[in-house]
Design a protein around this ligand. Structure first.
Ligand SMILES: [Zn+2]
Length: 345
């Protein structure tokens, strides 16, 4: 490999030719120009355009560090005359228009921003707070321009809320279960917010939605019923199991009250201490809690039965095939119906 192509590779000069390398004030400067096909293109739209002039001086982009040393790419600033955008500085393949950083630098910062805090990204990349914000903005804008509409082809979606700040500030978010991607988010958590998503989606695309998962909140479910006539509404596993845990707690409190009223102080105390072992998933129980649960099985059949009901419902979501899951769920429903524990029935 020739010297120039080695530096094109490690300096992040995608689609460019390296003309020389120098070290200036402790920064490795890679002097480059766009390669054949990439030359003489409009910086805004990328269309091939006739050259206009040499522009003013040289342009400089920060690239990813080479080990511990900073690295920049430098090239001339020649301009082109685009039929649509007029006289603009020509495109370079290694950076976005009007950006002071290379695409690989942008990509690294944008990825970091999804994985760590903004200040961690600033420190690691040795760049300013504002720069990180600007990079995220242009990477996202680019992704939206290039990719197909994120709302196209949605079949199975999930709608949920997340709090984004202390003090009851909420976002409503929509995810695509088939790709695992976030496709929409907006401030607020009410029916109006959900309707805004479906307005954007449009009647045509909404009619092709097959399944929508959410919790049981009426502000979501009512709007889904109105906007997605063909969709099956699904309660996600987390919320189903939470319902069973609530039902179990009703039973525990009933029995505890009975014991107290009957003057069985010891039994009541035992039951109070047992609350964590019936709430927790069995695989997370400590040894002491396991012993407690075994005691419970002997001394309090009703509560233990409620516990088994909760656990069997949880098992539905861990079935190895959909058929097995349906079988387990049918069995569970029949059991819950005749279990004579009101909170489960
Ligand atoms: Zn143009």
């Amino acid at each position: 490999m020739r010297f120039g192509s080695v530096f094109a590779q490690i300096g992040g000069v995608e689609g460019g030719v390296v003309e020389g390398v120098s070290v200036e004030d402790g920064v490795v400067v890679v002097h480059a120009r766009a390669r054949g096909r990439c030359r003489s293109r409009c910086g805004v739209c990328g269309r091939r355009s006739p050259g206009y002039d040499q522009g003013a001086g040289r342009r400089c982009w920060r690239s990813l560090d080479l080990g511990v040393t900073r690295c920049s790419i430098e090239a001339d600033a020649s301009r082109v005359g685009c039929a649509e955008h007029g006289v603009v500085v020509g495109a370079v393949p290694w950076a976005r228009h009007d950006a002071g950083h290379t695409r690989s630098f942008d990509g690294t910062v944008a990825w970091l921003a999804t994985q760590t805090s903004k200040s961690a990204a600033c420190t690691l990349m040795r760049t300013g707070w504002r720069t990180v914000g600007a990079i995220i903005t242009r990477v996202v804008a680019d992704g939206e321009r290039v990719g197909p509409d994120r709302l196209d082809g949605l079949r199975r979606i999930g709608i949920d809320e997340i709090s984004y700040r202390v003090g009851q500030r909420y976002l409503t978010v929509v995810v695509d279960h088939d790709t695992g991607r976030l496709v929409w988010a907006s401030e607020g958590r009410d029916k109006k917010t959900v309707r805004r998503f479906f307005d954007l989606l449009g009647v045509e695309r909404a009619s092709r939605i097959e399944a929508v998962t959410s919790d049981l909140a009426a502000w979501i479910t009512r709007q889904v019923d109105e906007s997605c006539p063909n969709a099956t509404r699904c309660i996600d596993p987390f919320h189903v199991v939470a319902l069973a845990t609530d039902a179990l707690d009703v039973v525990r409190r009933e029995i505890w009250n009975d014991l107290r009223r009957g003057g069985d102080k010891q039994g009541a105390r035992f039951l109070k201490g047992a609350r964590f072992c019936v709430w927790k998933n069995p695989e997370n129980l400590t040894e002491r809690q396991q012993v407690k649960l075994a005691n419970l099985q002997k001394t309090n059949k009703r509560l233990y039965r409620a516990y088994l009901l909760k656990e069997s419902l949880r098992a539905v979501f861990h079935a190895d095939t959909p058929d097995n899951a349906i079988g387990l769920l049918d069995g569970w429903l029949a059991w819950a119906r005749r279990c004579r524990i009101a909170s489960f029935t």
